[in-house]
Design a protein. Structure first.
Length: 201
Protein backbone atom coordinates (compact mmCIF):
# COMPACT_ATOMS: atom_id res chain seq x y z
CA UNK A 1 0.00 0.00 0.00
CA UNK A 2 1.34 3.40 -1.00
CA UNK A 3 -0.02 6.32 0.95
CA UNK A 4 0.65 10.01 1.35
CA UNK A 5 1.36 10.51 5.00
CA UNK A 6 1.23 13.81 6.83
CA UNK A 7 4.99 14.24 7.11
CA UNK A 8 5.17 18.01 7.10
CA UNK A 9 8.50 19.79 7.10
CA UNK A 10 7.58 22.03 10.00
CA UNK A 11 9.19 21.72 13.41
CA UNK A 12 5.94 20.14 14.60
CA UNK A 13 6.35 17.22 12.21
CA UNK A 14 3.59 14.64 12.45
CA UNK A 15 4.03 10.97 11.70
CA UNK A 16 1.36 8.42 10.84
CA UNK A 17 -0.34 6.86 13.85
CA UNK A 18 1.09 3.45 12.93
CA UNK A 19 4.57 4.77 13.72
CA UNK A 20 3.74 5.53 17.34
CA UNK A 21 5.54 3.21 19.71
CA UNK A 22 7.70 1.61 17.00
CA UNK A 23 11.48 1.99 16.66
CA UNK A 24 12.36 4.35 13.79
CA UNK A 25 15.53 3.24 11.99
CA UNK A 26 17.18 5.58 9.48
CA UNK A 27 18.32 4.11 6.15
CA UNK A 28 21.19 6.26 4.89
CA UNK A 29 23.17 5.93 1.66
CA UNK A 30 24.74 2.46 1.48
CA UNK A 31 22.52 1.05 4.20
CA UNK A 32 20.67 -2.27 3.86
CA UNK A 33 18.37 -3.53 6.62
CA UNK A 34 15.92 -6.41 6.94
CA UNK A 35 13.54 -7.34 9.75
CA UNK A 36 10.53 -9.40 10.79
CA UNK A 37 10.03 -7.19 13.84
CA UNK A 38 7.60 -4.27 14.19
CA UNK A 39 9.95 -1.43 13.26
CA UNK A 40 9.87 1.42 10.73
CA UNK A 41 12.63 2.04 8.18
CA UNK A 42 12.89 5.74 7.35
CA UNK A 43 14.76 7.41 4.48
CA UNK A 44 14.84 10.58 2.38
CA UNK A 45 15.65 10.26 -1.32
CA UNK A 46 16.82 12.69 -3.97
CA UNK A 47 18.61 11.08 -6.90
CA UNK A 48 19.14 7.88 -4.91
CA UNK A 49 16.92 4.80 -5.05
CA UNK A 50 15.38 2.75 -2.25
CA UNK A 51 13.79 -0.64 -2.80
CA UNK A 52 11.33 -1.91 -0.19
CA UNK A 53 11.20 -5.70 -0.48
CA UNK A 54 8.65 -7.89 1.27
CA UNK A 55 7.66 -11.53 1.63
CA UNK A 56 3.92 -11.51 2.41
CA UNK A 57 3.84 -15.10 3.66
CA UNK A 58 6.52 -14.85 6.34
CA UNK A 59 5.91 -11.13 7.05
CA UNK A 60 9.53 -10.12 6.59
CA UNK A 61 10.87 -7.16 4.69
CA UNK A 62 13.91 -5.07 3.95
CA UNK A 63 15.04 -1.77 2.50
CA UNK A 64 18.18 -0.42 0.85
CA UNK A 65 19.39 3.03 -0.23
CA UNK A 66 21.90 3.25 -3.06
CA UNK A 67 23.41 6.18 -4.93
CA UNK A 68 24.94 4.74 -8.10
CA UNK A 69 24.02 1.74 -10.26
CA UNK A 70 27.35 -0.11 -10.18
CA UNK A 71 30.94 0.29 -9.10
CA UNK A 72 34.11 0.93 -11.03
CA UNK A 73 36.18 1.08 -7.83
CA UNK A 74 38.44 -1.97 -7.82
CA UNK A 75 39.41 -1.36 -4.20
CA UNK A 76 35.85 -1.45 -2.89
CA UNK A 77 33.73 -3.19 -5.54
CA UNK A 78 31.14 -4.65 -3.17
CA UNK A 79 30.07 -1.43 -1.48
CA UNK A 80 26.31 -1.23 -0.91
CA UNK A 81 26.27 2.38 -2.05
CA UNK A 82 26.12 0.73 -5.49
CA UNK A 83 22.81 -0.65 -6.68
CA UNK A 84 23.96 -4.04 -7.91
CA UNK A 85 25.42 -4.95 -4.51
CA UNK A 86 22.73 -3.22 -2.46
CA UNK A 87 20.14 -5.31 -4.29
CA UNK A 88 22.01 -8.59 -3.93
CA UNK A 89 22.57 -8.01 -0.22
CA UNK A 90 18.92 -7.07 0.32
CA UNK A 91 17.76 -10.28 -1.36
CA UNK A 92 20.27 -12.51 0.45
CA UNK A 93 19.64 -11.00 3.87
CA UNK A 94 15.89 -11.33 3.46
CA UNK A 95 16.34 -15.00 2.58
CA UNK A 96 18.46 -15.45 5.73
CA UNK A 97 15.54 -14.40 7.95
CA UNK A 98 13.07 -16.72 6.27
CA UNK A 99 12.07 -15.00 3.05
CA UNK A 100 11.55 -17.02 -0.12
CA UNK A 101 12.80 -15.37 -3.29
CA UNK A 102 9.86 -16.46 -5.46
CA UNK A 103 7.44 -14.68 -3.11
CA UNK A 104 9.25 -11.34 -2.98
CA UNK A 105 7.40 -8.21 -4.02
CA UNK A 106 8.87 -4.73 -4.12
CA UNK A 107 8.00 -1.06 -3.99
CA UNK A 108 10.56 1.30 -5.53
CA UNK A 109 11.17 4.99 -4.84
CA UNK A 110 13.56 7.83 -5.65
CA UNK A 111 15.50 8.81 -8.75
CA UNK A 112 14.40 12.44 -8.52
CA UNK A 113 15.72 15.36 -10.58
CA UNK A 114 15.17 17.77 -7.75
CA UNK A 115 15.39 21.57 -7.83
CA UNK A 116 14.16 21.60 -11.47
CA UNK A 117 17.60 20.78 -12.84
CA UNK A 118 17.31 19.40 -16.42
CA UNK A 119 17.22 15.66 -17.01
CA UNK A 120 19.68 13.73 -19.18
CA UNK A 121 20.20 10.08 -20.04
CA UNK A 122 23.55 9.90 -18.26
CA UNK A 123 22.39 11.61 -15.08
CA UNK A 124 22.48 9.69 -11.80
CA UNK A 125 18.68 9.59 -11.41
CA UNK A 126 18.16 8.34 -14.96
CA UNK A 127 20.85 5.68 -14.63
CA UNK A 128 19.47 4.58 -11.26
CA UNK A 129 15.92 4.25 -12.58
CA UNK A 130 17.12 2.30 -15.62
CA UNK A 131 19.27 0.01 -13.50
CA UNK A 132 16.65 -0.88 -10.90
CA UNK A 133 14.03 -1.61 -13.56
CA UNK A 134 16.35 -3.91 -15.50
CA UNK A 135 17.62 -5.64 -12.36
CA UNK A 136 14.17 -6.47 -11.04
CA UNK A 137 12.99 -7.62 -14.47
CA UNK A 138 16.02 -9.88 -14.86
CA UNK A 139 15.54 -11.33 -11.38
CA UNK A 140 11.79 -11.72 -12.02
CA UNK A 141 10.86 -9.88 -8.84
CA UNK A 142 7.43 -8.30 -9.04
CA UNK A 143 7.13 -4.53 -8.68
CA UNK A 144 3.72 -3.74 -7.20
CA UNK A 145 4.15 0.03 -7.03
CA UNK A 146 6.77 2.69 -7.68
CA UNK A 147 7.27 6.42 -7.47
CA UNK A 148 10.33 7.34 -9.52
CA UNK A 149 11.65 10.58 -10.99
CA UNK A 150 9.96 13.92 -10.49
CA UNK A 151 11.25 17.19 -9.10
CA UNK A 152 10.83 16.64 -5.36
CA UNK A 153 12.76 14.61 -2.81
CA UNK A 154 10.73 11.92 -1.11
CA UNK A 155 10.50 10.70 2.44
CA UNK A 156 9.66 7.02 2.66
CA UNK A 157 8.55 5.09 5.74
CA UNK A 158 8.55 1.31 5.33
CA UNK A 159 7.08 -1.21 7.77
CA UNK A 160 9.05 -4.42 7.02
CA UNK A 161 6.73 -6.65 9.06
CA UNK A 162 3.63 -5.63 7.08
CA UNK A 163 4.99 -4.32 3.75
CA UNK A 164 3.18 -1.03 4.22
CA UNK A 165 4.72 2.19 2.90
CA UNK A 166 4.04 5.85 3.59
CA UNK A 167 5.37 8.38 1.09
CA UNK A 168 5.65 12.16 1.33
CA UNK A 169 6.99 14.48 -1.35
CA UNK A 170 9.06 17.16 0.34
CA UNK A 171 9.49 20.87 -0.35
CA UNK A 172 12.31 23.11 -1.51
CA UNK A 173 14.10 23.31 1.85
CA UNK A 174 14.30 19.54 2.05
CA UNK A 175 15.38 19.40 -1.60
CA UNK A 176 18.33 21.70 -0.91
CA UNK A 177 19.35 19.67 2.14
CA UNK A 178 19.08 16.37 0.26
CA UNK A 179 21.16 17.61 -2.67
CA UNK A 180 23.79 18.96 -0.28
CA UNK A 181 24.07 15.56 1.41
CA UNK A 182 24.37 13.75 -1.91
CA UNK A 183 26.99 16.21 -3.21
CA UNK A 184 29.03 15.70 -0.03
CA UNK A 185 28.87 11.97 -0.63
CA UNK A 186 30.01 12.36 -4.24
CA UNK A 187 32.77 14.72 -3.13
CA UNK A 188 34.04 11.96 -0.86
CA UNK A 189 34.22 9.68 -3.86
CA UNK A 190 36.40 12.27 -5.56
CA UNK A 191 38.63 12.62 -2.50
CA UNK A 192 39.02 8.87 -2.21
CA UNK A 193 39.65 8.56 -5.97
CA UNK A 194 36.98 5.93 -6.26
CA UNK A 195 34.55 6.23 -9.12
CA UNK A 196 35.01 9.67 -10.54
CA UNK A 197 32.06 12.00 -10.46
CA UNK A 198 29.08 11.35 -12.72
CA UNK A 199 26.49 13.97 -13.57
CA UNK A 200 24.36 14.18 -10.41
CA UNK A 201 21.25 15.54 -12.12
Amino acid sequence: MLQNANLSSSKHRRLPKEVEGLPLERINIGCVKVSKDPVVFDTVLGSCISVCMYDPECNAGGMNHFMLPKATDLNNPLSTRYGVHAMELLINNLIKIGGVRSRFIVKVFGGGHVLDIPNSNNSVPSMNISFVGKFLATEKIKVITSDLGGKHPKRVLFFPHTGKVYLKRLGENEATKTITEENIFLSKLRTDELDGIPTLF
